[in-house]
Design a protein around this ligand. Structure first.
Ligand code: IPM
Ligand code: MN
Length: 354
């Protein structure tokens, strides 16, 4: 009897369903080749369901999803819904309710991919950002006073507990050790201004490193400087760990250095529970239904999912297949400029995996 994993698939909005279809195609090709089964269950969470029923997520969603081995997500976001509603009500709610406290975002330049950084190639850009995924400015702590008056006050508070910081740091140290490359963990913060939150991060970082990870080199960068070095000397980085807000921002910068949203994938990880994998770009509504969007980010997300499930050989085969396709086939990673349709790119990768 072969091993079986139950996968919850949430195609979502815009081009989400198109790219998810290709990700599923590739994951299934890998499962066939490496002798395991993926049992997929689809969920219709997203804008269409919300516009039809007024419900963002049923209250039972988190409990239902907890029963799966992993979740594969397409994209959430729709031009007819006010910004923030779907993001908070579906994407962030799932991350929080499932306590996916790590947002793992590899920044890796694949062969053949046009890099906007001068004189940088695949050997220079290969690091991982560990973004804390449950705290910071994302907790919703804040409020208005005297709303709508000239004296209006708005507040939004960055919140971190020692527990949240420690579990995130531990994951990042372990990752730096496991990658076994430069064995360097860089903390990205802003200790010169955010003297409470990043003071906590910095103390916890050095305490844990000194005590449990003496083999991992520790570096510290302010977030503004991190951005500069990600452009000028990306080869310095191995693993970067940071809070939720800075992690959100620097990973878009990282994504563009690896060829953009067409290729950037991420995992919302609960190491003790169920994790959710997604292309980090949005729902790209202007390309919806045209079969021109790049599915590689979703395919890479499926690769990360296989890795997290423990199917390392299958994950490596997906990455090798994607690299072969970027290196030898695609004209560009941009929607409509790949030289192939969305489905054809999925086929090219699937053939190479299977
Ligand atoms: C991301 C996105 C989300 C975030 C939005 C859509 C809520 O930008 O996954 O990076 O800020 O985390
Ligand atoms: Mn983002």
């Amino acid at each position: 009897m072969s091993k079986a994993y139950s996968i919850a698939v949430i195609p979502g909005d815009g081009t989400g369903p198109e790219v998810t279809r290709e990700a599923v195609k590739v994951a299934e090709a890998a499962a066939r080749r490496f002798g395991f089964r993926l049992d997929m269950t689809h969920f219709d969470f997203g804008a269409k369901r919300y516009l039809r029923t007024g419900e963002l997520l049923p209250d039972s969603a988190a409990d239902e999803l907890r029963r799966f081995s992993a979740i594969l997500l397409g994209a959430i976001g729709h031009p007819d819904v006010k910004p923030g509603v779907l993001e908070k009500g579906i994407l962030l709610r799932l991350r929080f309710d499932l306590d996916q406290y790590i947002n793992l975002r590899p920044v890796k330049l694949f062969p053949g991919v046009d890099c906007p950084l001068k004189n940088k190639g695949p050997e220079d850009i290969d690091y991982v950002v560990v973004r804390e995924n449950t705290g910071d400015l994302y907790t919703g702590v804040g409020g208005f006073m005297m709303k709508g008056t000239p004296q209006e006050v708005a507040m939004q508070t960055s919140v971190y507990s020692r527990f949240q910081v420690d579990r995130c740091l531990r994951y990042a140290f372990e990752l730096a050790r496991r990658r076994n490359r430069k064995k360097t963990l860089a903390l990205c913060g802003k200790t010169n201004v955010l003297t409470y939150v990043y003071d906590l991060w910095e103390r916890a970082f050095h305490e844990m490193g000194r005590k449990d990870y003496p083999d991992v080199k520790r570096e510290y960068y302010h977030v503004d400087a991190t951005c500069m070095w990600m452009v000028k000397n990306p080869e310095w980085f191995d693993v970067i760990v940071t809070g939720n807000m800075f992690g959100d921002i620097i990973t878009d910068l990282g994504a563009i250095t690896q060829g953009g949203m067409g290729i950037a994938a991420g995992g919302n990880i609960n190491p003790e529970g169920v994790s959710m994998f997604e292309p980090i770009g949005g729902s790209a509504p202007k390309y919806e239904g045209r079969n021109v969007i790049n599915p590689l980010a979703a395919i890479c997300a499926a690769g990360m999912m296989l890795e997290a499930l423990g199917e390392q050989a299958a994950a490596a085969a997906v990455e090798a297949a994607v690299m072969n396709v970027t290196g030898t086939r695609l004209k560009s990673l941009a929607a409509g400029k790949m030289g192939y349709s969305t489905t054809e790119v999925g086929d090219l990768v699937a053939e190479r995996v299977g």
